[in-house]
Design a protein around this ligand. Structure first.
Ligand code: COA
Length: 434
């Protein structure tokens, strides 16, 4: 069957599509590169002309500076609802003109299916194939759940988006309207790992055996761990976010996915974001599977690979080992993402380990990230009962199964030397047997 005529019939302009949106609509977008910037710009233009009231757009991990997160004056006409609250949504949430839905990333498809209805879902996709399918490219995470709960499906085609052969596909028969918007894809700025990240990466790499399956979180330290793993053999990838350092590990031969218990031979992820190198790697490549987040981030799935290793970052950790990765006091910084799921999945895996790694201080060495108690208002992301290894540039603390006194001693030993006396004093004041 030739779908070209159907495509032409559904094709429209961004402004015309945005004009279909009615007051009070709930609009859904998936994470990162699945977001539709052309549609969002046209919608914001309507809001700026006061043609819209009470409309909301749901997003996660924004890679475009959407007006509803950058322009407070649109509030009440067009607002953002973030399922993650990092990036552009962070500023709007802290300034009171965006709202946040907390939760595990893995649970999001379930929350959508139970609690949310969308008037329209707008997804960026690579061009339609000859069978009438649009590939949702670098993101699979919760599109299928949104598609189940929407009245209308709009596709924004960008020829720059790679085609993921093992990823979510939407058939044109499900699509109500199509717009075209070719533009270069946003990239995540990368820098060569600094000395501190390299030191931390080295500590962690020593504890990762050949044949391990890895998840790397976002940031300089996970990237440095990636760089430190190049001399390993037979590594596998099962991760929330597919990153540049993973492509490097594949290309240098350290990753071949040969020892995985599930999805052997294939890297598994729920979304990818990074440089053009990633996008070129994904294009038409059956060696990478982009799958829904309720599967990829399920700890019961993660732990099925032996020697599962997760590496994530944090903002502060207290003597219990409670990890805050989402706020500085009450100030929003990020979301839970998949941190807890990978901590749990890794620690439940045979031979698995979970690392939370960060520089020992913040703000030019003036704040210790290891604290007696979390800052009032701070969000506890990973609990004391789940935490495993904590790593700073001063070494490695292994907290799992250890007492409060042992945890406190180990954490003070990897705190910055400038803060160790004060931390010991606070521990003694609290009556912790250090
Ligand atoms: N007190 C005060 N400020 C602090 C702080 C602390 N304890 N720790 C960090 N900060 C500040 C930093 O100085 C920096 O400020 P700046 O933006 O003005 O430079 C900012 O907070 C961000 O800190 P940084 O250490 O650079 O963060 P990062 O980019 O490495 O990201 C997380 C760290 C925790 C926010 C990030 O990993 C995250 O979002 N995690 C949650 C989700 C997750 O783990 N997902 C994993 C699966 S992919």
């Amino acid at each position: 069957m030739d779908y070209t005529a159907l495509y032409q019939q559904k094709l429209t302009e961004a402004a015309s599509l945005a004009a279909r949106v009615e007051n009070g609509w709930n609009i859904g977008m998936d994470a990162a590169l699945a977001q539709a910037p052309g549609f969002a710009e046209a919608l914001a233009a309507r809001a700026k002309r006061s043609e819209l009231a009470g409309a909301w757009v749901h997003t996660l991990l924004d890679v475009y500076p959407f007006d509803f997160y950058t322009d407070a004056s649109l509030s009440g006409r067009l607002n953002g609802m973030s399922w993650f609250s990092g990036g552009y949504a962070r500023k709007a949430a802290n300034a009171g003109y965006a709202d946040i839905i907390p939760g595990y990333y893995r649970d999001m498809p379930g929350h959508i299916r139970r609690a949310w209805d969308y008037d329209a879902v707008v997804l960026a996709a690579s061009p339609m194939d000859k069978h009438g399918y649009f590939s949702l490219s670098c993101t699979s995470s919760y599109s299928e759940a949104m598609l189940d709960k929407t009245g209308r499906v709009y596709i924004e085609v960008n020829r720059e988006l790679p085609r993921a052969v093992c990823g979510t596909q939407v058939h044109i028969s499900r699509v109500d309207a199509i717009i075209e918007n070719d533009h270069p894809l946003p990239v995540l700025p990368t820098a060569a790992p600094d000395a501190l990240s390299t030191t931390i990466g080295g500590y962690i790499a020593e504890l990762i055996p050949d044949g391990a399956c890895i998840q790397l979180g976002i940031g300089a330290i996970p990237d440095a761990v990636g760089a430190a793993l190049k001399s390993k053999h037979d590594l596998g990838i099962h991760t929330e976010m597919f990153t540049d350092s993973m492509v490097e590990l594949i290309e240098c031969g350290a990753v071949n996915n040969s020892k995985k218990q599930i999805h052997r031979g294939v890297s598994v992820t729920t979304f990818a974001f990074g440089s053009q190198r990633i996008y070129d790697y994904i294009n038409d490549n059956p060696a990478i599977a982009l799958m829904p987040v309720d599967y990829v981030n399920d700890p019961n799935v993660i732990c099925r690979n032996d020697n599962m290793i997760s590496i994530n970052a944090a903002l502060e950790v207290d003597f219990w080992g409670q990890v805050c990765a989402e706020s500085v006091g009450t100030k929003h910084m990020s979301g839970s993402g998949g941190q807890i799921d990978y901590v749990r999945g890794a620690t439940q895996s045979k031979g698995g380990k979970s690392f939370i790694a960060f520089s020992s201080t913040a703000k030019g060495g003036t704040i210790s990230k290891i604290k007696s108690t979390l800052t009032p208002g701070a969000v506890c992301t990973t609990s004391k009962n789940d935490v495993d290894y904590i790593v700073t540039e001063f070494g490695v603390a292994h907290l799992r199964g250890q007492s409060l006194a042992s945890r406190t001693r180990q954490l003070i030993a990897i705190a910055h030397p400038d803060f160790r006396d004060q931390l010991s004093f606070e521990a003694k004041q609290r009556g912790i047997m250090i």
